[in-house]
Design a protein around this ligand. Sequence first.
Ligand code: NAD
Length: 390
Amino acid sequence: MRFGVIGHGGRISHVIKYELRRLEPAVRVVGIVDPDEAGARARLDECDRQDVVFYGSVDEMMRQANLDAVLIGTRCNLHTPFAIEVAKYDVPLFLEKPVSTSMEQAVALERAFEQSRCQVVVSFPLRVSPLCGLCRQYIEEGAVGSPEHILAVNYVPYGTCYFDGHYRDYAVTQGLFLQKATHDFDYMMYLMGAPIVKVAAMASWGRVFGGKRPAGLTCDRCEETATCLESPENRRRNLSGGGDQSHPCLFSEEIGTPESGMNEDSSSALVEFANGARGVYTQVFYSRRDSGTRGATVSGYLGTLSFDWYTNALKRVRHHAPFTDRVAGGEGLGHFGGDTALAENFLQVIRGHAPSRTPIQTGVQSVYTCLAARESAHEGRFVAVRQVGA
Ligand SMILES: NC(=O)c1ccc[n+]([C@@H]2O[C@H](COP(=O)([O-])OP(=O)(O)OC[C@H]3O[C@@H](n4cnc5c(N)ncnc54)[C@H](O)[C@@H]3O)[C@@H](O)[C@H]2O)c1
């Protein structure tokens, strides 16, 4: 099975080596478009290093490499332009999220795929994770009656990476609704069986991370590492997570300002679904250690379902019968089993055995929702969400 990769970085090389190849050992990376040839090559498995060809353009790779599938793993702002190039070909595409970082990009992406034969699997592991699937199955079986409300939370215990790693570059990420909530809005719409049509959001910027420390400051050149809670020695001592080597300062002016654009410390959204149901979503990026929580509570007149990917468990309460079920999930799966399910689905799509479980429209609809949430948080008013196909 011959793969071409555009942007062979950390995330996509992991998906190929540890998910796709585990399910299909015959996977080979035969073509790459990536300006950092040395870095991209270093991330290849041994079996790919000899024969892989680096191409100067997507068109060149698509025409010459005789590919069975393409994967786009560049950083966020390049997903759309490369996906639009791939849309011209009838080859299945695995596309990293967020699929776009602006309204212009999202509309162009939606248009490019309207006439395309290219089948896309958007990298949304949460939607396809077994725990989320079980929750959806219970809803379809009537466990809550009509789902009327969803409360979704994401207390991110590894959130420092959005302030000391490459994600802090706001010009590339465009904030944490697009970067993080794109997953959560997507699975919320899946569970509730309807798109989000209206959002009211708030965000906190620059109250925890960001600040006035000079641009370019790293721990190895800082005189405050004894007291700074983010220094490698304090992170190690406190078991507070994050990289334990010298890193860019989390309190640096380089992170941006609320006016120039910066990732938020936390953000929340009230949402309304097309079927009239309502919900709330909150994400918090300074959480640490075992404060990590990600999951949802879905309720209706007949019952309440709650699940949490971190505890890998689901609770089902019958409102009108004296029974409550607790379901424990199996152990040891990447992205809570979602990465494996995505890989399985992508291989099925390549073989023509099944449609995508996360087609391009799911990625675009989620981006429209994230953009509405960001606009609402900045402007302090309800914002209508653009709908795919509108
Ligand atoms: N679905 C998920 O759960 C999930 C998890 C982690 C990351 N991601 C997404 O994966 C993406 C990549 O993140 P990462 O940490 O792997 O980044 P990375 O920096 O490790 O990888 C990006 C790669 O793109 C290459 N690149 C840069 N410019 C390019 C160009 N013009 N053409 C082709 N290649 C180019 C880089 O050299 C690098 O190899 C991000 O958008 C992130 O949001 C998704």
